[in-house]
Design a protein around this ligand. Structure first.
Ligand SMILES: [Zn+2]
Length: 291
């Protein structure tokens, strides 16, 4: 089940009105958690007239599940077409609260949405989802422990309890410490996987460092050869600077060359065997030279 159809109800009410008192009590009674923050200042895609409520049908994505919010699929709203929106079980824009208005939205979730949160498990360390709700989610392992992050080179022993899979809807409830048996099971799997991951990490680090050294050496050799070419052709190295990060020589970088020297350089620079440019433009911008 990739998406779940639900109803989003947008509201814009007087925060002191009996309508708001009644509505907020009704939403709170559903157990929805209030997400009460400053909005992003953009016009809401779910517009509603003042002192009214408005209903929108939304398709909630199940690929990434959260305990108080959802991503919608692509949809058209009064503000136009979009690839999707982040919607909340219960949302109130604090900027309007300060002005005495209750502006936001809440979701009327079907049972399938609550079931998706209940039946989808998540690893609190790596965030991978488990369950049969979405086709991309992994099958729930028999031991109830995440098997996606076992080979992480960063997985410390203190993180192990985070691997015990939890319903998306109860991710933040207090975590019990691992039992001895669970610790032993994880140690048997994670110990060798961690060592292998550390070894692989070191191999990557060494390869990266080696590549950086070789790259630096290549840059130094290019700079040396370019500068020697200039000396061999009667120019001092000061007429150029080598930008190793771009791999390019820049001539007249201090803009101090006189017209004669610049012209002499332009006469031979086409044979310069490396990438180059002139400050403030390329060699095509030749200045007229009077002998
Ligand atoms: Zn994990």
């Amino acid at each position: 089940m990739r998406t779940i159809k639900a109803t989003l109800v947008a509201y814009d009410l007087d925060a002191r009105s009996p309508e708001w008192t009644e509505l907020s009590a009704r939403i709170a009674a559903t157990g929805a958690r209030l997400f009460h923050v400053f909005g992003d200042g953009k016009p809401s895609p779910f517009s509603v007239e003042r002192d009214k409520e408005a209903r929108f049908t939304v398709e909630l994505e199940t690929a990434c599940l959260f305990d108080d919010q959802w991503n919608t699929g692509p949809m058209s709203t009064p503000t136009g077409e979009s690839n999707g929106h982040r919607v909340f079980d219960w949302y109130r824009d604090h900027a309007w609260t300060e002005r005495g208005r209750a502006v936001g939205h809440y979701l009327e979730l079907p049972e399938s949405a609550h079931a998706a949160r209940r039946d989808t498990l998540k690893c609190a360390y790596c965030g991978v989802y488990y369950g049969a709700i979405h086709p991309d989610h992994r099958a729930i392992p028999a031991d109830g422990m995440c098997n996606a992050c076992l080979g992480s080179e960063y997985l410390k022993r203190a993180d192990w309890p985070l691997l015990r899979l939890r319903s998306v809807g109860s991710m933040w409830a207090k975590r019990e410490p691992l039992t001895e048996a669970e610790t032993e099971t994880l140690a048997a799997v994670i110990g060798p996987a961690f060592k292998a991951a550390q070894k692989a990490l070191r191999v990557r680090q060494v390869a990266k460092a080696r590549a950086a050294i070789e790259r630096k050496r290549g840059q130094q050799e290019t700079e040396r050869a370019g500068m020697l070419w200039l000396l061999d052709h009667g120019f001092l190295p000061e007429c150029a600077i080598y930008y190793s990060h771009r791999g390019v020589f820049v001539f007249d970088w201090r803009e101090k060359m006189d017209a004669h020297e610049r012209s002499a350089l332009l006469d031979v620079v086409s044979e310069f065997p490396y990438e180059y440019e002139f400050k403030g433009g390329n060699a095509a911008a030749r200045e007229p030279v009077t002998p």
